[in-house]
Design a protein around this ligand. Structure first.
Ligand SMILES: *Cc1c(COP(=O)(O)O)cnc(C)c1O
Length: 366
């Protein structure tokens, strides 16, 4: 599938477009085919489509090229999380962020309650605290920026400390995407994605992925994750895989626009009287703003007209959500925190809409 002219020295923006294409034969299609099949004629390399589907491969090739490793597509981001947690032996120790994607935290809490793992919860932005928790740990779970608090870990330092402690490091790179951060290059062992978000980018499918380094240990992890995917049946549908790659083709332009607008919105929101705090890591297109309590947060969410009040993130359409409306969200996340996922609409329309919603929230206060 890889074109001979798809070398790794091309810029990432070019690789998002050029990787995972069919060979350039006269008359060949420029896009990979979408293959719907559950089974294959006997005596070939694969018998059954729970093991492999040709539609997954161009997506895995493209994501692998961007992250600098080998990718595996999963049926959802959480399926990829579950695959990684299955690497931990029964009764093993996981060092995890106190704030992280709520589904990841819920998955860990269920395993913990059932006695399957011990969890040490840490502030991943506090490297000393993380290092102190590593002794005897099997797995260190990180997010490039935590969902929704945007705490940022020092990846090279923590990956090195974990390696020295014999702890496997996993980083959920959903918020940054490989265009902004490449955790494998920082020494992380496994990268995770909710492909649902920026990579696919259009809020029209659910998909996940893992990426492992092209080293002996990385290849072994790849095999274990692949085996888990097959035996847990955690596979993507071909339609989703095909659409995700189609979405990824425009990742660079979407992120560039959304990131620029996010920086502008973070700056302007900080000057709005209804906003008590702004969290923005300085990259990417997620901004968390705080207003004074749950009620004010609900009023903002109810007053936007261009933004949609909905869960999830990373689509072309701007979304915002008061995260504490979910019972599963950590209770240390402020009640009035709104997570903004900045899309690709015109920046001034987005700011004007958010500003009028914030005005409405502060006007009806007290
Ligand atoms: C959404 C999300 C997930 C879960 O992915 P799904 O595709 O919804 O299963 C995992 N991690 C992060 C950071 C997310 O935002």
């Amino acid at each position: 599938m890889t074109d001979a002219r798809e070398p790794h020295d091309l810029h990432p923006a070019t690789r998002t477009v050029a990787a995972g294409r069919p060979d350039r034969q006269p008359g060949a299609p420029v896009n990979p085919p979408l293959v719907f099949t559950s089974t294959y004629i006997a005596d070939g390399p694969v018998d059954y489509a729970r093991v492999s589907n040709p539609t997954w491969e161009p997506l895995e090739e493209t994501l692998g090229s961007l992250e600098g490793g080998r990718a595996l597509a999963f049926g959802s981001g959480l399926a990829a999380v579950a695959a990684v947690l299955a690497l931990v032996p029964h009764g093993g120790v996981v060092v995890a962020p106190r704030h992280a994607y709520s589904g990841t935290l819920a998955n860990l809490a269920e395993r913990e309650a059932a006695g399957g793992v011990q969890v040490r919860r840490v502030d991943i932005a506090d490297a000393d605290q993380v290092e102190a928790a590593l002794e005897g740990a099997d797995l260190l779970l990180l997010e490039t920026a935590t969902n929704p608090m945007l705490e940022v870990p020092d990846l090279p330092r923590l990956a090195a400390a974990a390696r020295a402690a014999g702890t496997l490091t996993v980083c959920d790179n959903t918020f940054a995407t490989p265009l902004l951060r490449q955790p494998l290059a920082d020494g992380v062992d496994v990268v995770l994605h909710s492909v649902t978000k920026y990579l696919a980018g259009h809020s029209d499918l659910v998909l996940g992925a893992t990426v492992t380094a092209d080293t002996e240990q990385g290849r072994e992890l790849h095999e274990r994750l692949h085996r888990h995917r097959t035996l847990a049946g955690a596979i993507p549908g071909p339609m989703e895989a095909w659409l995700a790659l189609r979405g990824m083709r425009t990742l660079d332009v979407r992120l560039e626009r959304a990131g620029r607008t996010a920086a502008l919105i973070a700056e302007r929101a900080a000057g709005h009287p209804a906003v008590t705090k702004v969290r923005y890591p300085g990259w990417g297109a997620i901004v968390a703003i705080e207003v004074d309590g749950a009620e004010a947060g609900e009023r903002v969410a109810g007053a936007v007209r261009v933004w949609t009040h909905s869960t999830s993130l990373g689509g072309v359409e701007s979304q915002l959500e008061r995260r504490r409306r979910h019972a599963a969200e950590a209770d240390t996340v402020p009640e009035g925190l709104l997570r903004l996922s900045v899309g690709i609409e015109h920046a001034e329309d987005l700011w004007a809409d958010l500003a009028q919603a914030l005005d409405a929230a502060s006007a009806s206060r007290g």
